[in-house]
Design a protein around this ligand. Structure first.
Ligand code: C5P
Length: 285
């Protein structure tokens, strides 16, 4: 038996634009995604000689083949045409679920990366991303990492200039949103907000944090905040604490603020914790 370890980093959508509904029911997106240091720890035992198992102590995480980490191991060995002779996956969860932080996709990506290393890199990064697509729309980015412009359903991932050094305060409201329902709501909306992805890309090329923070935005945010005014309130606390910008990530419900100083991010975090919210401090990966 061999034990593998891999970090699974969360993602933020610095911009998230929905361009339209596709024939396959998914939506074409344009999003600047950023990997952040908030992470789960994955441990994989390979060749256990026992049945497959998944262990995780966090509430609400599936412990069977419906977990994306388990699915990833299945897809990997099916594609490789090999039997790993038993796998145990242990997940130390820190990334909140149903938050828009791609926690499940990050775990799946970590499993693919760890197994690919262990098996002597049978797949290139692009091939691994292609496998990731079968598991979830955010998995290709989670394999790629860093700062990227993501298009299509999530499978077109292009490296762009990195987000300048900064600190994030991520706050988790105590409600969650169904991603599929939110996309359906976007289809019905008469008018949607569209962030300026090109302006964000240019700000990143210049390395201007203030400018980049001013370009963050998410088409889905208004669709959530109209029913959950907490989103706006969290943003206000972030901005009052000195955030250069604040937005919801993905389909929510987590909200993040961007700060140029760790101390200010920590002050925002404390104010939000006093209001009973779970908060996380992070920086760019
Ligand atoms: O791919 P994933 O399973 O993460 O997507 C969850 C849901 O989000 C899908 O069932 C779909 O309703 C929606 N989705 C979408 N367009 C995307 C990504 C996700 O409509 N590009």
């Amino acid at each position: 038996m061999t034990t593998l370890q891999q970090r699974a980093y969360a993602k933020l959508n610095l911009t998230l634009d929905i361009l339209g509904r596709r024939e396959d029911g998914y939506h074409d997106l344009e999003s600047v995604m950023q990997q952040i240091t908030l992470c789960d720890d994955i441990e994989l035992d390979v060749e256990t000689g026992e049945d497959w198992r998944l262990l995780c102590e966090a509430d609400g995480i599936p412990l069977d083949s419906s977990n994306l980490a388990w699915k990833a191991a299945g897809v990997f060995y099916r594609e490789l045409g090999k039997d790993p002779q038993g796998i145990t996956i242990r997940i130390e969860k820190r990334i909140p679920s149903q938050a828009g932080l791609a926690g499940g996709s990050a775990d799946a990506a970590a499993v693919l990366l760890a197994l690919n290393d262990y098996e002597g890199k049978p797949f290139s990064q692009r091939e691994l991303m292609k496998l990731g697509e079968k598991i979830g729309s955010d998995v290709p980015f989670c394999i790629f990492g860093g700062t990227a412009l993501v298009k299509g359903r999530g499978e077109e991932v292009e490296q762009i200039a990195p987000m300048p050094r900064c600190f994030y305060c991520v706050a988790m409201p105590d409600f969650s949103v169904s991603t599929a329902d939110l996309y359906a709501k976007a289809d019905e909306a008469d008018c949607l907000y569209h962030p300026n992805t090109e302006a964000m890309r240019k700000a990143l090329v210049k390395g201007e944090l203030m400018e980049a923070a001013g370009c963050i935005g998410n088409t889905m945010e208004a669709l959530v905040s109209c029913e959950h005014p907490e989103i706006e309130k969290i943003k206000e606390v972030m901005l009052d604490s000195g955030a250069l910008g604040a937005a919801m990530t993905g389909s929510g419900s987590a909200v993040y603020g961007i700060f140029d100083s760790f101390d200010m991010a920590a002050v925002a975090s404390m104010s939000l914790m006093e209001q009973g919210l779970r908060t996380y401090l992070a920086t760019n990966v």
